[in-house]
Ligand binder design. Sequence first.
Ligand SMILES: C[S@@+](CC[C@H](N)C(=O)[O-])C[C@H]1O[C@@H](n2cnc3c(N)ncnc32)[C@H](O)[C@@H]1O
Length: 69
Amino acid sequence: MLGEVLESLQLKSGSVVCDCTLGGAGHSVKMAAQVGETGLLLGVDQDDMALEAAGARLDREVPAFRTSC
Ligand SMILES: C[S@@+](CC[C@H](N)C(=O)[O-])C[C@H]1O[C@@H](n2cnc3c(N)ncnc32)[C@H](O)[C@@H]1O
């Protein structure tokens, strides 16, 4: 599923993308890496604990990523 999503989005450096079911950030870690420092990843989730955990994971696993809430 992850592979199909990334292939269909065709993200590149500078792309803007929104993950509306951020969850554990499995998809978003890959998407953030693809859009890079000049891109923008917006993450949405109904679960505050998921948002917190996902932000921490993105900060940890994507070097150029900066969380902003
Ligand atoms: C299966 S997880 C997503 C996994 C994520 N794509 C990943 O790669 O780790 C589903 C997430 O969607 C969120 N969710 C479900 N319905 C939602 C809604 N209507 N609005 C916002 N978030 C929602 C849940 O809180 C849950 O964290």
